[in-house]
Design a protein around this ligand. Structure first.
Ligand code: SF4
Ligand code: SF4
Length: 722
């Protein structure tokens, strides 16, 4: 039985254990690297975006009439000789399947891989009822022998080394197994499982599709075991989640076109099996298969009606959201999921396995958007994860003290800014001379933050420097407002000062609307939606007060939240729709403005050819979809950009995430800095002040001479004197 931590202390202990497993990290790293390459290759020449939209729309449509699709499927499948059941709950599904087994005098059951069967803990139930159940998918068999759950939805035993598997097989067979010879191990499994297939009375499978117009099941697999499971024994039970209902074959084939490519980077799986009705079966006394199809509701019908969460039911279980998740890559599926793993697991656990199992794991998200960017059915996974957290807080009826405090302070801009100024004064004894970092960490951070130096607050925030900095450009080419964000304003005002220099040189009038506050993303991350809405309204008022051609951001996270997050937050305020549209249509990141609007040219810059590596912030490359402009700008500004491995992988900051899960943040950061070091560049550039803090803190801590700079700073530094 799967044991998932239900409180943060136990969960942190689990995380520590997972991080100590060096094999796990190496295996997941290797897989993540090869997955990226093979996925890109598999989708070559395919309009993936169009396909994703088609798939998502098709799924959404089906979700609006699951009951009628079920009735249509039932009528067709039963006409073809199957018996179709509908189980309202996991318990009911278990009982139905156990009853089918006992009614048919079954003793031995074989199973092919099914996440739905994992969801209802089918094996535990059948074994408790006295049946012998054997998993026949290699990975599932291994974890069954180890009495543990899958650590990946597609590759359930990815967490195990060949030595562990070889040792296990030695124990099972009572014979030594060569721990280096994987082919031999596969043969051992085959030899052990063949007689089990032949002796089985009943096979249990899942299904990837249930096609309503024909009553057909579709299974896509890579091992031949599913074919054997569904054909050899006289009884076949297919357990299918209601969301697998598809209206027709065409819809199923669209999913088939994308699923293997997105799951493992394969053009197609080795086997695609279609089953319609009770076919001939030599082992059956009647000569025909005894086919039962058990559909599982377990909350799906209610979820399908939920205006926020229904999109989670689009999931086709490709597992890609784990493959690209930096957190999964460090701790694996046993620490990032309950039964369902990875980003979708953080959501489905709440609905299928209850808030107690979701309470701790739901915190473990950096909001890096990597999962969302690869999801073939466009599920906004990071957003739904935050909404699950919000639901849990509501269910429990108590908000953590830090949430209450954050909301109180953030709603009141003046109080918030006063507190930031006070923090700046109070930190003075701790600030390292001439370094803008803290000499030692305040006790509240204990030892957990020692993987990086922490920045000091600026002596004078940007908003206090602004009156003396404000340029007066006669007949400017553009009028722009800067949305600074808390870090630029109170920690790194030099980034905004660089912007002033660049804009002035290009004849642009900049303004800094003083009523602006924090963008509200930290409140969203802590599921304080009401506060996030209030802050969004304040900022909208502040940014709309004058006519600007553009609203610029130096912080990708603020920019992405203003652009995308505000649309969701303010959807229930139609009176603000026009203001919101106006703000969002003018919002632009720094690099895009320089490249696409100002169209800056090399003659404005000293061609220093300084070698720079680049980190692409999550909220810039995935949130705002900006990838070309920063790299182009570096070249135009006379810098020599050296490509670095995994530039678009998160740096591990994630705002408060790095305080809540410092060990994971440190590990992600370590890998990022190793990649940067490998380039040999002496400067690391990025376009998000939060990433600058994390990366600079990490470089400082390792005593590196690599300078970490915001892109506005390095570009401004190369500006030719006027
Ligand atoms: S947003 Fe990033 S950290 Fe969060 S679940 Fe998705 S991939 Fe993982
Ligand atoms: S949520 Fe999306 S990426 Fe994750 S398993 Fe489901 S379909 Fe695949």
């Amino acid at each position: 039985m799967i044991q998932t931590a239900q409180d943060m202390k136990t969960y942190r202990d689990r995380i520590h254990q997972a991080l100590e497993n060096k094999f796990l990290r190496k295996a997941l790293d290797n897989f993540a690297s090869s997955y990226k390459v093979s996925r890109a290759k598999a989708f070559e020449g395919i309009d993936l975006e169009a396909l994703r939209h088609q798939l998502a729309d098709g799924k959404d449509q089906a979700l609006t009439h699951l009951e009628s699709l079920f009735q249509q499927f039932k009528a067709k499948a039963e006409a073809a000789g199957a018996v179709v059941h509908l189980a309202a709950t996991a318990e009911e599904a278990n009982e139905i399947i156990a009853r089918i087994a006992s009614d048919n005098g079954v003793h031995a059951i074989i199973k092919s891989k099914s996440m739905t069967a994992e969801e209802i803990h089918l094996n535990d139930h059948l074994e408790a009822e006295g049946f012998k159940v054997t998993e026949t998918d290699l990975g599932e068999w291994i974890i069954q022998l180890r009495h543990e759950g899958p650590s990946h939805m597609v590759m359930p035993a990815i967490h195990l080394s060949r030595h562990q598997v070889g040792g296990l097989f030695s124990d099972v067979t009572g014979k030594p197994v060569d721990l280096e010879d994987i082919d031999r191990m596969v043969k051992v499994a085959r030899k052990e499982l063949r007689p089990v297939f032949l002796a089985a009375d009943m096979g249990v499978s899942g299904a990837n599709f249930a096609i309503a117009e024909t009553g057909t099941l579709g299974l896509i697999t890579n091992e031949g075991n599913a074919r054997l499971t569904t054909t050899l024994p006289r009884v076949h039970v297919a357990l299918v989640g209601l969301e697998k209902l598809a209206p027709d074959l065409e819809t199923a084939l669209r999913i088939l076109k994308i699923l293997p490519k997105n799951a493992t980077g394969q053009a197609l799986t080795s086997y695609v099996t279609w089953i319609t009705g009770a076919v001939e079966c030599a082992a059956s006394p009647t000569g025909r298969k005894n086919l039962h199809i058990v559909f599982l509701d377990n909350g799906r019908l209610e979820l399908a009606r939920d205006p926020v969460f229904s999109e989670a039911l689009r999931c086709i279980r490709c597992g890609a959201c784990s493959n690209v998740c930096p957190v999964y890559g460090k701790v694996g599926g046993h620490a990032l999921g309950h039964v369902y793993i990875g980003a979708i697991g953080l959501i489905l656990t709440y609905f299928y396995h209850g808030k107690d199992n979701a309470r701790a794991i739901v915190h473990n998200c950096l909001n890096c958007q990597a999962c969302k960017s690869v999801c073939p059915v466009n599920i906004d996974l990071p957003y739904l994860i935050k909404k699950v957290y919000e639901n849990i807080l509501k269910d429990e009826g108590a908000r953590p003290a830090k949430n209450v405090l954050l909301s109180l302070v953030m709603k009141n801009r003046k109080l918030f800014h006063t507190m930031l100024r006070m923090a700046s004064s109070l930190q003075k004894p701790m600030v390292k001379k001439d370094a803008a970092v803290l000499r030692h960490l305040p006790f509240v951070f204990g030892k957990t933050q020692e993987f990086r130096t922490l920045p000091a607050f600026a002596e004078k925030p940007f908003r206090e420097q602004w009156p003396s900095l404000r340029p007066h450009i006669p007949n400017p080419s553009y009028r722009v407002a800067l949305f600074g964000g808390c870090v630029v304003d109170f920690v790194s005002p030099e980034q905004a000062v660089s912007l002033v220099k660049l804009l002035t040189a290009h004849h642009v009038q900049m303004e800094y609307p003083m009523e602006q506050s924090c963008c509200g993303l930290p409140a969203m991350m802590m599921a304080e939606t009401e506060t996030a809405v209030e802050v969004a309204v304040q900022n909208l008022q502040a940014l709309d007060s004058q006519a600007y051609d553009y609203i610029l951001v130096l912080c990708a996270s603020c920019g992405s939240h203003l652009k995308e997050g505000y649309s969701r937050l303010l959807a229930s305020k139609p009176e603000l729709a026009e203001k919101l549209r106006r703000m969002q249509s003018r919002l632009m990141d720094f690099s895009s403005f320089m490249v696409n609007v100002l169209k800056v040219t090399p003659d404005a810059f000293v061609q220093s050819h300084t070698e720079v590596a680049y980190h692409s912030p999550c909220h810039l490359c995935r949130g705002l979809g900006v990838t070309r402009e920063p790299r182009e700008l570096l070249g135009t500004a006379g810098l020599n950009y050296i490509p670095c491995a995994d530039e678009d992988v998160c740096c591990g900051f994630g705002g408060s995430y790095s305080l809540e899960f410092p060990e994971i943040s440190a590990e992600i950061l370590r890998q990022k800095l190793d990649h940067v070091d490998a380039t040999g560049a002496q400067v690391l550039v990025t376009d998000c002040p939060g990433c600058v803090l994390q990366l600079r803190g990490g470089m400082n801590k390792r005593g590196s001479s690599v300078q970490v700079r915001h892109i506005a700073e390095v570009v401004a530094a190369n500006l030719k004197s006027l």
